[in-house]
Each structure stands twice: as C-alpha cells, then as structure tokens.
Design a protein around this ligand. Structure first.
Ligand SMILES: *[C@@H]1O[C@H](CO)[C@@H](O)[C@H](O)[C@H]1NC(C)=O
Length: 526
C-alpha cells in the first residue's frame, strides 16, 4: 500500500519546514556542556552487585540494608550533579526504612527462606520514574503547570515493589508529560547520558536510564507506550523489559491514558543486571503473574531465532548505522556458534508503515466511543488547552513553559491524519508475527537506528522511534539488551522480541547475551 504522491510531497514539505525550524532552534538554544566530564568510576563493590545478590546478602546479614542504601546515596550525591537524573530524593526516609529492615531481619526467626518468599527485595534500594505516584514525592510529569503536585498514595506497581521490601531512594526525570525521547523539561531541566553528557539519556524513562547507567541505582521502574523503557535503556547501556501489556498495573502515572492507549502501554523493570529482570517482573506483575510462565526453565537451544535488520525504507527515518548492524550480526554469530541454532533473517515490508500504525492506535476511541484526550489539553491542564503554534512562537524567543519537543508533538497530533488503512496493515502484521514467533520464537530487531544522539538532535528524523513503537502496536514482550560500547564509548544494543505472554523467552535470551557480551559497563572505567 503506497502513500499517495500528494501525501509524500506534503510529508517532504512538512519535514523541510520542521528541519528549518529545528535548525533555528538548535542555533538559538543554549549549548549543552562544553566538555564531557567522565563519571567517577564505581569504587564501592556493593554497587556492582545485582539486586538479587544484594537481597540475599541482606537476608543473610552479610551486609546491612543501611550500608547498601548509604552506598547508593553516596554515589547519587557524587554523580547526579553531572547527569541530572534524580529530580527529588527521599534519602533520610530511605535510611530510616533501611534501619527498620535491619532490625526486622535481626528479629526474624523464620529463617532466610521465609524472608525470601515473603519479601524478595527486602532492604534493596529502588528508583522510580517521576510520572509514577510515590507517596510524598512530586508527581508532575515534568510539567511546569503541574508544579507542586505531590502524590498522596503509591501507584499500584510501586506499592507491589514496596510490599516486596524495596526502598525507593527518589524519583527520576522525564520529558514534558513523558511524550518524547529526550528527558528535558522546564521544571527539572535536562538529563544527560552517563556515557557522554552531550548525549541524550532517552525518554520517557530517561532519568531511570541515566541513574541506572551511572550506577546510582540497581533496579528501577519505567513505562513504555512507544519505546519509553527500551530507548533510555539502549542509550544508557542497561536492560529494560517491556512486558506483554495487561500484566503489570499501569495505574496512577502521568499522563493518564485515554481512548485505547492503555493497550499500548506497559510498565516494566529497568536494571543493570539481567538476573534482576525475572524477580522484578514477578513482583511487578502482582496478581497477574500466573498469566506468564516465568518459572518455566528455558532451553535456548530449543528456540527458533530470527533477525530483522531494519524496518525497510520508511520515510523520515535514519537507516541503521554500521556499528549497530555489526553488533546485531555479532549476536547472530554468537547464537549460531554457542547454541548451534540457525538464525533466520526475515523482512516485513509492512514495517515501513509503523508510524502510521502507532499513530492510528494512539488516537483510537475507547469502547464507548470516547476519543483520547488531546496532547494540547494534557499540556495545559489544569488550565485550558495550549495552542501549539502560539507556544512555538513563544519558544523561539525562549518564553514558553513547554519544550520544543512537546510543542512539535502537539502540532503534529493536530496536523497528522494517518490513514485508517493502517489498521488493516496492523492486522496482517500481527498475524505474520504470531505465526513467526509462536511460543518458541525469538526475534532480534534494532532498538533505534543510531547510538545516543546529541541533545536536541533526536528532534531531527523524529520517526526513528518506529523501531520500538511498532512493538507496542503489536503488543509483544521485548527486552532491550546492551551489547557493549562503540568506538566512541557509547552503548550498543538490540531488542529481543517474543510472542505474546512469552516474556520468559526474551529474559532468558537477555541473560545469555549478558554473558556473551558483558552486559552493563561502568561508564567511569577506561
Ligand atoms: C509559566 O508557568 C507559570 C506557572 O504556572 C506561570 O506563572 C507563567 O505565567 C507561565 N509562563 C508563560 C510564558 O506562559
């Protein structure tokens, strides 16, 4: 199904106008940091243990929860000024809670197994994306008009993690209302990439990506409606899992979804160590955990592997860079030599319509016919809807409360009218993927066409996010896995995809890839 000529011309015109505006914007906006200061290397060995190992050591009283929490507080205080990832902390409450944990363990007579069963993350520190409600903490989505909003309860997913014994250390930055892939807003400022402060950390769970990548946290909570867990995890060199939708509770995060957007949104874990993905997901799934097969042992040798090198020649997207293509090829080689499997290359011509499919699904009415709340309305709340064109003019002279990215997104959502025929393409693609993956198929797909771009530059070629967004449309579980660093010291990675409810397959593959490629790297090491 080809785009009509008129649509193509309009598209090109649109792109030319946007590029011109952006050129102006980049020329006018304040420069990022002049020099990239290397992060201090991780010195405290406690910071190099997985949450799973930390929990075990705390239970066995080999280390106290207070020591672990203090080690992370020290690291955050040292590193956060360089990356601006955590926007509000709760250090003194966290230390109090940690000392209560240590007392509880001392008094517990049931033994280690009882604790492990009841409180699997007891005493382990946690970071949370600011858009989630964490009792007593700011919950604004980085929006100036929502400044001062404080959560009075915990979001269900936060409550589940607390109930498992985790201790939140603070909340982390997002793009304005979580609707972009660069975590920058006029309330908290700009989050930087731990591997290069002139680079974006990604979004919308960008503060999580950066705080975890910078070894200032071990496990965190993100959410993903178009790539918001996977992109920051990719740019910041960590693991991020977008679960099958409908498993982990999405409630009480900003902005609330409307229409049928909830079907695209997955809340999930982000972490530095692959071994934490499974226990985190088990806890975060709550009552739905039995819908997944997370206790099933996976024999990778018995799986069918596929590799999909690109989305084809989609409009306004970069082609996948050579370093990322090579990284994905190396994964294929390792899988074939280590496991003796044959990795089959596949192509889906429908993928070049990924953006249309995502945009149509984002705009679908709910089952009662209610259309989703417009982005301009969300941006203005609690005031009246904003006028994107007016804000654009204000932004050019530096007088808007809104970021260029959200203004452009507001404009785009007003102007774009993706063809409903995209839904037909989606159905076909969904069927093809289901047939391909079944219950034992695993697919490799790039997370993004290039490594972390410089600040603001993600605005060019905005459709690059179709690599992640299409997997929200298809409702499949995905784990983004780090694959070491490129020549410039920036993280490489790949998405690992499986069929619906087969989250255990992508996580098992992530654990293998961590062993094969070294997983997360200390950005402060040489
Ligand atoms: C920005 O937001 C603040 C607080 O809501 C408001 O007082 C101010 O007038 C806004 N500025 C602009 C330029 O809209």
């Amino acid at each position: 199904m080809a785009l009509s000529l008129v649509e193509r011309l309009l598209g090109l015109l649109y792109a030319a106008v946007i590029d011109a505006l952006l050129w102006l914007f980049c020329a006018l906006s304040p420069r990022g940091p002049e020099s990239n200061k290397r992060l201090p290397p991780v010195r405290d060995p406690l910071l190099l243990e997985s949450a799973t190992q930390l929990a075990q050591k705390i239970r066995r009283r080999e280390v106290s929860s207070v020591e672990v929490v203090q080690a992370y507080i020290d690291r955050i205080q040292e590193v956060n000024p360089l990356i601006n990832a955590m926007v509000q902390d709760r250090f003194s409450s966290a230390l109090q809670e940690a000392s209560q944990v240590d007392k509880l363990i001392e008094e517990e007579s049931g033994g280690e197994e009882v604790l492990e069963d009841r409180l699997p993350l007891l005493g382990v520190p946690l970071s949370v994306k600011e858009s989630f409600a964490v009792q007593g903490m700011a919950q604004t989505g980085g929006s100036v008009s929502k400044k001062g909003r404080v959560a009075t309860v915990d979001a269900p997913v936060v409550a589940l993690l607390k109930r498992a014994g985790a201790i939140p250390l603070g909340v982390t930055n997002v793009p304005e209302l979580c609707m972009w892939i660069e975590s920058h807003n006029h309330l908290y400022g700009m989050t930087k990439n731990p591997y290069g402060q002139d680079r974006i950390a990604g979004g919308s769970s960008g503060g999580e990506g950066s705080i975890l990548g910078g070894a200032c946290s071990v496990v965190g909570v993100g959410s993903d409606i178009g790539g918001s867990i996977r992109l920051p995890s990719f740019f910041c060199g960590i693991f991020g899992h977008k679960p099958t939708p409908g498993i982990v509770p999405n409630e009480n995060q900003l902005p609330p979804t409307s229409g049928r957007q909830g079907e695209l949104l997955s809340t999930g874990p982000m972490c530095r160590y692959a071994e934490d993905l499974l226990p985190m997901l088990k806890i975060m799934a709550g009552a739905n955990v039995d819908k997944l097969s997370l206790n099933k042992k996976v024999d990778l040798k018995k799986l069918r592997f596929f590799t999909l090198p690109s989305c084809g020649d989609a409009l306004f997207t970069n082609s996948v860079s050579e370093d990322l293509k090579q990284a994905q090829r190396k994964v294929v080689e390792r899988l074939e030599t280590d496991l003796g499997v044959k990795v089959e290359e596949v192509h889906f011509p429908e993928l070049k319509h990924s953006y249309d499919m995502w945009f149509v699904c984002m705009g679908l009415p709910d089952h009662d016919g209610n259309l989703p709340t417009s982005f301009s309305t969300l941006l203005g709340e609690p005031g009246p809807p904003v006028w994107p064109l007016w804000e654009l003019l204000k932004a050019v002279v530096g007088k808007s409360n809104h970021t260029m990215a959200s203004i452009l997104f507001g404009l785009l959502s007003k102007l774009m009218n993706p063809p409903l025929s995209a839904l037909k393409i989606k159905e076909k693609l969904q069927q093809d993927f289901e047939e391909l993956l079944g219950t034992d198929g695993v697919l490799l797909y790039p997370t993004f066409p290039r490594v972390a771009p410089k600040h603001h530059h993600a605005l060019f070629k905005i459709y690059d996010l179709i690599y992640t967004a299409i997997l929200n449309v298809l409702g499949l579980p995905v784990t983004q896995c780090p694959l070491g660093l490129n020549q410039d010291g920036l993280p490489l990675g790949v998405q690992v995809v499986a069929g619906k409810l087969q989250d255990h397959l992508t996580i098992a593959t992530a654990q293998y890839l961590e062993k094969a490629f070294g997983g997360w790297r200390d950005p402060g090491a040489n």
